[in-house]
Ligand binder design. Structure first.
Ligand code: PLP
Length: 288
């Protein structure tokens, strides 16, 4: 069994291999809750404030109780210390989970915990060798978020079953990852990542208004890039824009930057600025 750390919001460290959730927890039976995944690198959890900000927004969108920020921060510190004590400097993913709690005890409040586990081989491979991507129709229009707030577009909910199904579909077709497109053909995001296209010294990403999760990694990269003289833009992208770019990246908190090596049948040539971009990402996620 992989080594994992489990900490509840009161700072208690639990046995991560012992049963923990009630069978009627709404996380388990409805996916009714929110989560965040962060990177622990060199013993320090990265971009904590940005993730807590996004979680606050997700909780609001789902009408879940407001967040006790201090308690989450303290639980993260306990979890990262436990991780360092057991795994040394090994990189870890750190997950924050908050569900609506038990179906049979609606007044008992949310179920909240922090977990840490080892960054796996799939992540290392994607960082080093990139990912071959299939574009898949998400099946709805760019303006759905405004018209149908109950779809919770832009919230990071525990309901990732369709995202996982998209990843399995991609694997069946011989690809490693997915870029969703809207019914109009606009580039959206990956099931677990934000899309960034690099053209010369310009970085471009789709605007969150097209109905995607605001990425904390993309934000960190753009902030540092602007300080260092890059041009950054948010604009609606089409598949053809990705093909025309020097390089295309899927960025996210744990994998950081995976270069898109192929888009459907088109092989994207290696770009000369790949190492420069990876270095920018590594430095960006070190700034809090
Ligand atoms: N979009 C989706 C749907 C995601 O699930 C994720 C991360 O898991 C991202 C984008 C990237 O977000 P972040 O950079 O904050 O990890």
């Amino acid at each position: 069994m992989t080594q994992q750390i489990l900490v509840t919001l009161d700072g208690t460290v639990h046995d991560a291999n012992a049963p923990f959730l009630y069978a009627d927890d709404l996380a388990a039976i409805r996916g009714d809750g929110v989560f965040e995944t962060l990177l622990v690198r060199d013993g320090r959890t990265r971009r904590v404030a940005a993730h807590l900000d996004r979680m606050t927004r997700s909780l609001e969108m789902m009408a879940l109780p407001g967040m006790d920020r201090d308690a989450w921060q303290q639980a993260i510190v306990v979890a990262e210390k436990e991780w360092s004590a057991t795994a040394g400097n090994a990189e870890g993913w750190l997950r924050l989970v908050c569900s609506r709690g038990r179906e049979s005890a609606p007044d008992a409040g949310p179920t909240s915990y922090v977990m840490v586990g080892p960054v796996g081989e799939r992540v290392r491979h994607a960082r080093e060798h990139g990912v071959s991507v299939i574009t898949l129709d998400r099946g709805y229009s760019m303006d759905l978020a405004g018209r149908a707030p109950w779809q919770l577009i832009g919230a990071k909910t525990l309901s990732y079953a369709t995202n996982m199904a998209a990843m399995r579909y991609a694997a069946d077709q011989g690809h490693d990852d997915v870029i969703y497109v809207s019914s109009e053909g606009a580039v959206l995001e990956g099931p677990r990542s934000t899309v960034i296209a690099v053209r010369g010294k310009t970085l471009v990403t789709p605007p969150t208004e097209v109905g995607i999760l605001p990425g904390t990694t993309q934000r960190a990269i753009f902030a540092l890039a602007e300080d260092e003289g890059w041009t950054t833009r948010t604009e609606v992208l089409r598949r053809a824009d990705l093909i025309a770019a020097d390089s295309v990246w899927l960025v996210s908190s744990v994998t950081l930057a995976a270069r898109v090596t192929a888009l459907n049948d088109y092989v994207i040539p290696t770009s000369p600025n790949g190492d420069e971009f990876r270095d920018l990402v590594d430095r960006a996620i070190s700034i809090d």
